[in-house]
Ligand binder design. Structure first.
Ligand code: URP
Ligand code: ZN
Ligand code: ZN
Length: 474
């Protein structure tokens, strides 16, 4: 496959962006959206795709995914190859993954390591956030260098997982000052790690080993406390801040208040917090380990607040936090992933899959159920994440000059989700057997047709690292 795809004319589709909705022809040429118009004339060398009745959407942008990420004692089961293929089938053409700064190395070493691994494997375009676990003067210099010279303008820190990833408040504050001053973004996992750790130890000491205790030891109030603390640190640092995987109103209410005060606070939620509530944990069957992600699922009341916030822009992004671990021991050679916690819930690797079902599930439960508009759907899944993480307007919209990352989406059909039909290495989907409205029909990455119905037309290594710029969200 050459670096430049042949030109393609997408004829008569309904072009939907965060702000537009019109029927037009879209010419993809030289890797970009070349022309948008009515009744475009093209030569015989241009492939024509009839998109009558289909939505023409910008390729999805998922800014929270974990491929080949070390999480506790194991590694997520998707490689860059399998995870990005699954993303593509789901209509996502850009992901931002994580590069982990280990105890010994610098953020720059972490970036180089992740790029080496991703380069030959990625099926779609990608960027990297660096997870910062240790801050000193050299780290801050490297962070600055990464922003100005490596195209890495966002970083993530954890207020949870003491002894593994957790950073203290001073380290977070120093990073906020540095990243904010240079126009970047600090993403924060907000949960009070030390209190949660105590609750886990107490539960285990009392003999409570079942996965249901994952939820009981991570109370929403401790997500709220950490979110409030993160906001105050950002306020003092005069820096923007982004909260990942917001699950509860305890966290959301602080975000809403801070935004009303004019503090640049941004946040995402994830499809699983909208699709499921904590009643799934009412079982002692180990099967519920499928739902062991952090933060855990919350109440139906929390979900109502999340929907409201998505509609009125207190939440700006829906990312997947795709963090897959196998349930079946030995599946595809992955030994003991969720099974690690068979006798101790705290040993279950935290995370759930969702990269391939993000767009269709949100179209079904969001747009079809009247929770938000079609334009807002695009904004939440493509445009806003692209803006917040320095990818816009190259990514996240359909406009002349933008990358030709385009999804043809059929709103008129239904599909029933089965893990066996999906492309991740993981052996389950939280949506098994669920029938959803809508289907991704074709996906173009920089003009290359990579998904054609059920057929894979892409190739590993076609994806590119996308150097990212400053936050563009004010
Ligand atoms: O359960 C989750 N979310 N696992 C991934 C690590 C994280 O906290 O994002
Ligand atoms: Zn997290
Ligand atoms: Zn995550």
């Amino acid at each position: 496959m050459s670096d430049h795809a042949n030109a393609t004319l997408i004829r008569n589709g309904r072009v939907i962006t965060a702000v537009d909705d019109y029927v037009a022809d879209v010419l993809l040429k030289d890797g970009i959206v070349h022309t948008i118009g009515q009744h475009l004339e093209v030569g015989d060398d241009v492939q024509v795709v009839d998109a009558t009745g289909l939505y023409v959407l910008p390729g999805g942008v998922d800014t929270h995914v974990h491929m080949e990420n070390v999480v506790g004692p194991t590694m997520t089961c998707d490689t860059f190859a399998s995870g990005t293929k699954a993303a593509a089938f789901g209509g996502t053409t850009t992901v931002v993954d994580f590069a982990l700064q280990t105890a010994e190395d610098s953020p720059l070493g972490a970036i180089a390591r992740a790029q080496r691994s991703a380069e030959s494997q990625v099926n779609i375009d990608y960027g990297l956030h660096v997870i910062i676990t240790r801050v000193d003067e050299q780290v801050l210099k490297d962070v600055r260098y990464a922003m100005h010279h490596e195209g890495v303008s966002s970083f993530k820190m954890f207020m949870a997982y003491p002894g593994v990833m957790m950073a203290d408040d001073a380290a977070i504050f120093r990073m906020l000052r540095q990243v904010g001053a240079d126009g970047g973004m600090l993403a924060l996992h907000a949960e009070n790690g030390t209190v949660i750790d105590l609750l886990i130890k107490e539960a285990l000491a009392a003999g409570h080993t079942s996965p249901r205790y994952h939820e009981m030891t991570r109370p929403a109030i401790m997500e709220g406390e950490a979110t409030h603390r993160g906001i105050r640190l950002a306020e003092l640092a005069e820096a923007p801040i982004y909260f990942v995987h917001v699950s509860s109103n305890q966290a959301l209410k602080h975000i809403v208040q801070a935004r009303a005060e004019g503090i640049p606070v941004f946040a995402e939620t994830c499809p699983h917090y909208l699709l499921f509530d904590k009643s799934v944990y009412n079982s002692d069957d180990f099967e519920i380990a499928k739902y062991v992600m952090t933060p855990p699922l919350r109440t139906n009341e929390d979900q109502k607040h999340l929907w409201r916030a998505l509609r009125y822009d207190d939440l700006q992004v829906i990312a997947t936090d795709h963090c897959p671990f196998c349930m079946k021991e030995g599946h595809l050679g992955f030994q003991k992933q969720k099974q690690m916690g068979k006798d101790d819930f705290s040993m279950i690797p935290n995370g759930a899959p969702g990269i391939e079902t993000r767009l269709v599930s949100l179209f079904d439960i969001g747009v079809m159920k009247g929770k938000f508009s079609l334009n807002r759907f695009v904004e939440l899944t493509a445009t806003s994440p692209a803006k917040l993480f320095g990818l816009f307007p190259k990514k996240g919209t359909i406009a002349v000059g933008s990358d030709a990352d385009v999804v043809l989406f059929n709103p008129a059909v239904t599909q029933t989700i089965r893990a066996q039909d999906l492309h991740s290495n993981v052996d389950y989907t939280l949506l098994e057997g669920r029938t959803l409205q809508g289907r991704v029909e074709k996906v173009f990455l920089r003009g290359h047709l990579i998904v054609d119905g059920k057929e894979w037309k892409g190739r590993e290594g076609l994806g590119r690292f996308v150097p990212r710029g400053q936050v563009n969200a004010f």
